[in-house]
Design a protein around this ligand. Structure first.
Ligand code: TRP
Length: 356
């Protein structure tokens, strides 16, 4: 901003800059970070940080990971590994707020309060709840109220933009509805006859432009629970082994059968990672029955390697102590915002003794 001259007779009006968005997203520490997570989410997060237009916050949502049966030792390791991976992927803790959800207790506190304005019927309609709960002997209350905690994650920071995949849009719609319900139910006291500004803002989803990466079996989305993934930091030998066996166009049995790139998961990955010329080459050689699928995968593998080598180098150079320190600092940054929001929330809800 320009400094105002002491001789100025009129106030300088700063140029109207667009208000930066506050971007928030979360990722569960449920196992090895895979190429689907990277292409669909983490890489776009890095791009948003690098653009520097918006304020960004990214959270390892460990409290979401306990809603299905789990082993605490595994969770501990998964949190450490994911934090390492995310920093190695370029989520620079100096440029973004990167933290672990349960380090900021206000998430679970707000979730409880939001639960009081969330009808059970809405939660019962969530497709993720139905998918994850169906046919299980034990379905936790946490799995049912999972979307309430997710709303709390977002609302706690009054985030305006939430990068998510298609499968989370329903949860985000619920978060928006929760904002409307909460603001309506708890508008706060009028100040000198004027209505106060509502506490929460409706967050908007930002859908990833990368089309969904299917699993290696070609049957469903790439997902750890389906065992159809390639780890982002997997050794290049096993990376190639898995990629070379991945499902392609089922109509392409022989080299001389022309392939259909538009339905092939390998081509989807080329589109995400290979330069435009390579993508054009793939289309020509696949539809023209010139390249076999293995040759096409080899080109893809080489392009993955180009992208991943620097990330691997970075990962090797990081120590877990360094990473934990960075996560602690990230939580402290996040907490500063969370504490302020919770003061407002308790106030409009009429909670507390007012002693603190
Ligand atoms: N439910 C999200 C997922 O499984 C993870 C998540 C938790 C999240 N809290 C969030 C995403 C808040 C965006 C914003 O992918």
């Amino acid at each position: 901003m320009s400094q105002q001259s002491p001789f100025a007779t009129t106030m300088e009006i700063p140029p109207a800059a667009a208000k930066p968005a506050r971007v928030f997203s979360g990722i569960q520490p449920t196992g090895e970070l895979h190429i689907g997570n990277y292409l669909g989410a983490v890489r776009t997060w890095r791009q948003q940080i690098e653009e520097g237009k918006d304020e960004t916050m990214f959270c390892v949502v460990d409290a979401h990971a306990i809603t299905v049966p789990y082993d605490p030792k595994d969770l501990r390791k998964n949190i450490d590994d994911l934090c390492l991976d995310l920093i190695a992927c370029g989520l620079d803790p100096e440029k973004t707020t990167l933290f672990v959800q349960s380090d900021v207790r206000e998430h679970t506190e707000l979730a409880w309060y939001l639960a009081s304005v969330t009808p059970m019927g809405d939660l019962g309609r969530m497709t993720q709840f139905k998918d994850k709960g169906e046919g299980k002997d034990f379905v936790s209350t946490g799995l049912f109220t999972y979307p309430v905690l997710m709303s709390a994650d977002i609302l706690l920071y009054k985030a305006t933009v939430v990068p998510v995949g298609e499968d989370q849009v329903q949860h985000l719609e619920l978060a928006r509805e929760t904002v409307r319900r909460f603001n309506h139910r708890f508008p706060g006291e009028k100040v000198s006859g004027k209505k106060p500004r509502p506490i929460f803002v409706e967050p908007k989803p930002r859908l990833s432009v990368t089309p969904r990466i299917m699993g290696l079996d070609g049957e469903s989305k790439m997902s750890k629970s389906k065992g159809n993934t390639i780890g982002l930091f997997e050794h290049p030998d096993s990376f190639w082994k898995k990629l070379s066996k991945a499902y392609t166009d089922p109509q392409r049995l022989k080299l001389t059968d022309p392939g259909r790139p538009e339905i092939c998961n390998i081509f989807t990955m080329h589109k995400a990672i290979s330069p435009k010329e390579t993508q054009d080459e793939v289309v020509a050689n696949c539809t023209g029955a010139k390249w076999g699928c293995v040759a096409c995968k080899k080109v893809l593998f080489d392009n993955f390697e180009k992208e991943l080598i620097p990330l691997r180098t970075k990962r090797e150079a990081l120590s877990i102590e360094q990473v934990r320190q960075a996560m602690g600092d990230g939580a402290a940054k996040a907490r500063r915002i969370a504490v302020e929001t919770m003061k407002e929330v308790r106030q409009v809800m009429g909670l507390g003794s007012l002693a603190t």
